[in-house]
Design a protein around this ligand. Structure first.
Ligand code: AQP
Length: 352
């Protein structure tokens, strides 16, 4: 259900209503199709996206424009783009309830990012942890896009007037800069952008690599033995968990500072079973690390194997995926182009 409102710039906008007739808050989130997705992407982002889709007016993107900040093989990028789309739906994201689209299908992202660049300082971008990490990892390709990544992300979020953004903790710094850019613009002109709030999972906001649990599990890590992909078969999942780093005690207790390996495994277990940390500690009191690691692997595979089957079924239906993408791009464009028109008017771009 939707109704029209007239905003301060005299532009008519559609607002999605809840069943009670209240305007729903907007939510934005995206994942880069840089490889197969990991259980970190699932726990930190996708799980919450699915849980929040009824309550919010959701915009979910496959962020292929972000992906090219690191060199991609074109055929792989194309394949991964559809794979992420199908995975979103396999995980429970319903394209009828939300706007599901590919970032490059809506040109407003690049256009707003250009404008926002002029409200962002070079020093701010140089300080970004992800920029520093990725520059070190890709020293032969420290391109402008890599540095500008947070401004494109700000454009993504601000185009849809997102009130909330469910992301893992690694994206907190980028979300803060989005808030700064929005506030800066609003102060120079007049209220234009909604200043968004980050939503971080209470447990699992930063899932660690199984072999180096203090390091974030990443889908494009060079060494993949500590990364569990949602596409891994059951044997691979169990093998990776069997090798997970723990500690010299033999106590299953959540204590991220002193027991990062075990705590990481507890976070994964709770995310995949819905049990609390306390329940998990009680369930495995007196159990050895070997059996615990096996139980975590089993819980993960129990969820991911059916996801893979559903993803494969969706990927086989190209016509359906195509219709979802066309509808998603049209819905996204409608909202994004209205925000962009407002921005252009405020900054003084002559309108045709
Ligand atoms: N290890 C993680 N724990 C919790 N959340 C995570 N996310 C990523 N890794 C973890 C969250 O997943 C969402 C999508 O991430 P992204 O694809 O936009 O890029 P990223 O954050 O850079 O994730 P990766 O897996 O590390 O990708 P690459 O290797 O390509 O850079 C985000 O909400 C993120 O917080």
């Amino acid at each position: 259900r939707q109704m029209c409102i007239r905003d301060r710039c005299n532009i008519m906008e559609e607002v999605t209503l809840s069943p009670e007739g209240q305007a729903k808050k907007a939510l934005y989130s995206a994942v880069q199709p840089t490889n197969a997705l990991t259980i970190g992407n699932y726990i930190g982002a996708i799980r919450n996206m699915v849980a929040m889709q009824d309550e919010y007016n959701c915009y979910f993107a496959v962020a292929n424009m972000h992906a090219i900040t690191v060199r991609q093989v074109p055929a792989e990028l194309r394949k991964n783009t559809l794979a992420v789309l199908a995975l979103y739906m396999a995980c429970g994201i319903d394209p009828k309830k939300c706007t599901l689209y590919v970032q490059s299908h809506v040109p407003c992202h690049a256009e707003l990012a250009w404008v926002l660049n002029t409200f962002t300082y070079v020093g701010e971008m140089e300080r970004m942890t992800q920029f520093k990490d990725k520059s070190a990892k890709h020293a032969d390709n420290i391109n402008m896009g890599l540095m500008d990544y947070p401004v494109l992300m700000a454009a993504d979020i601000l185009l849809y007037k997102a009130d909330v953004v469910p992301v893992g903790i690694d994206q907190r710094q980028h979300l803060e800069i989005t808030r700064d850019i929005a506030t800066r613009f609003n102060n120079i002109y007049s209220p234009t952008f909604v200043v968004p709030e980050g939503v971080y999972p209470k447990v699992g906001a930063k899932i660690g690599d199984l072999l180096e649990p203090t390091k974030k599990m990443s889908k494009s890590s060079e060494i993949q033995t500590g990364t569990v992909f949602l596409s891994d078969d059951k044997d691979t999942v169990l093998r990776k968990f069997r090798r997970a780093v723990t500690d010299s005690e033999n106590e299953i207790r959540y204590d991220p500072d002193n027991k990062p390996g075990v705590s990481n495994l507890i976070s994964i277990y709770t995310a995949f079973t819905g049990k609390s940390i306390e329940e998990t500690e009680r369930e495995f009191a007196g159990v050895g690390y070997g059996d615990f690691k096996l139980a975590v692997g089993e819980a993960v595979a129990e969820k991911t194997v059916p996801l893979q089957k559903e993803q494969a079924r969706l990927l086989a239906d190209k016509d359906y995926l195509s219709s979802v993408l066309k509808e998603g791009a049209a819905k996204a464009y409608k909202v994004a182009s209205s925000t962009l028109a407002k921005v252009y008017r405020k900054i003084g771009f002559y309108q045709l």
